[in-house]
Design a protein around this ligand. Structure first.
Ligand code: PMV
Length: 308
């Protein structure tokens, strides 16, 4: 038998702007997905067929890996699905890692590259931020050009992403889930259409890029008040790009009196908010009172790891 786990992620700054080549910052969080694998007479995941849609990442990961015979997978995940917390990246990375472990190999860089290809194949679009964060853990800055702390560069078609390790202090966040799921593809397309015709939207994208770097520096000097202010500003700009939702704003209004700042995280249009706070209980309760599902998460330094 072999087993591996990988963490979920939060995008702290820069979603959507990253599609236009601006930097974005994510962190791994202390919610993990574990994948156990053992030889079996037929292909199964949790006793069900790999053909079931919820196992499409597992199936695509299997297709990229040579295996001696059929396998039984067991997946245990703490990461809510469809909340923008990187559940698909974590299951992809942990599945690939368990498959590699069966063959006595384990290289996070190779796993990160393969996981990006799997996400790209299954989702039709993807940036390598989620899969790199699940593989490497900690804080990850993605940008076009290479800089200090470079982990690896990933290329696809004409695009290049340079993924960097950046040290973040230990931080506490409350995630507020609207329960509204909105597919990422149309949101990304809507932003592109807006940026092409509206100078204000193009300026918002550029400003988000600056905010990402300012936010990273604020977090690194532990100036949580400044980081929170930048999160608020980032959220207002995401609203300008058309990826907000009234329920996101309702949860934000509830969270802000108890936190340094808050913004939507991930693709938006629904999904989740993230609030940076030193009063997680008050923040959680306020979000729940406003009709959201809320839970506390912390930064996680460990990426993919073998179990056992
Ligand atoms: O849905 P998530 O958490 O994978 O976030 C999508 C982030 C976008 O910037 C909107 C798209 C992307 O691929 O970077």
């Amino acid at each position: 038998m072999a087993a591996a786990s990988a963490p979920g992620k939060l995008i702290l700054f820069g979603e959507h702007a990253v599609v236009f080549g601006e930097p974005a910052l994510s962190t791994a969080i202390d919610l993990r997905t574990e994948v156990y694998v053992r030889p079996h007479e037929t292909w199964l995941a949790d006793g069900a067929s790999l053909e079931e849609p919820k196992y499409r990442y597992v199936k695509a990961a299997v297709a990229r890996t040579e295996t001696a015979g059929p396998l039984w997978f067991e997946i245990r995940s703490m990461i809510p699905v469809g909340s923008g917390l990187g559940s698909s990246a974590a299951v992809t990375v942990a599945t690939l890692a368990s498959l590699h472990s069966l063959r006595e190999s384990f290289d996070p860089r190779t796993i990160a590259r393969e996981a990006f290809e799997v996400e790209h194949e299954v989702q039709g679009r993807a940036s390598p931020l989620d899969t790199t964060t699940a593989a490497a853990g900690g804080g990850i800055l993605v940008r076009r050009e290479e800089a200090d702390g470079l982990l690896w560069t990933i290329r696809r078609d004409t695009r290049t992403w340079s993924l960097h390790r950046c040290d973040l202090p230990s931080l506490t966040f409350v995630v507020g889930d609207t329960g509204i799921s909105a597919p990422t593809g149309p949101l990304v397309a809507g932003v592109k259409e807006r940026v092409d015709r509206d100078l204000d939207a193009a300026e918002a994208v550029a400003r988000i890029g600056q905010i990402t770097l300012e936010g990273l520096h604020a977090l690194q000097r532990r100036d949580l008040a400044d980081a929170g202010r930048l999160m608020d500003e980032n959220h207002a700009l995401l609203n300008k790009l058309g990826v907000g939702h009234p329920k996101l704003d309702r949860l934000l209004r509830a969270a802000r009196p108890h936190s340094f700042g808050a913004k939507l995280t991930g693709a938006g249009g629904g999904g989740s908010i993230v609030a940076l706070t030193d009063r997680p209980e008050d923040t959680r309760r306020a979000i729940e009172d406003a009709g959201g599902r809320a839970f506390t998460v912390r930064t996680e330094s460990e990426g993919v790891r073998r179990i056992g």
